[in-house]
Design a protein around this ligand. Sequence first.
Ligand code: BEZ
Length: 192
Amino acid sequence: MSLNTIEINRLMDRFDSHASVWLFGYGSLIFKADFPFIERRPASIQGWSRRFWQGSHDHRGTEHAPGRVVTLVPDEGATCHGMAYLVTPEEFAHLDHREKNGYLRLATEIAFEDGSAAEGIVYIATHENAAFLGPASERDIARQIATAQGPSGPNSEYLLALARALRELGKHDEHVHAIERHLAELIGQASP
Ligand code: BEZ
């Protein structure tokens, strides 16, 4: 699959005629909403787990020293907690550009904390994309994150902002928080 997913995502026109669409965020979208939205609500999707398995050559690393950012991997019975944003379909052009390094739009059911649900969109980078790095131990992931940096800033800043945002949502994610603990050890700081 090509590294640049903008053209593929543009073909996903299923919600183009809708006045508004729910977008589920599980990574940087939780702590960095750099787009206008109508409403935002804590939410979850089923059957996926968040993993630092996607390489970042354009935001939190470089071509020769990629960082690691999150994607979702299929995981039967798992619940992934995050933040849902109600946006107009025009916002997807901006998001397609921001997340062009392997992320594809996927339609999904999004559950809200009041028990209601809606169909919406989530961006997922699958193992088929060229920037996918795949599994590694949480300590090795922390080591890679400790040194990587790119145009959007240090990779560690991304990890720490995500870990903090999940705590603020009241959602523990053992993978994310274990990597945060390893990073704290590596840089000689106390874990939050
Ligand atoms: C997110 O935070 O949901 C997200 C992560 C990667 C790409 C696009 C969105």
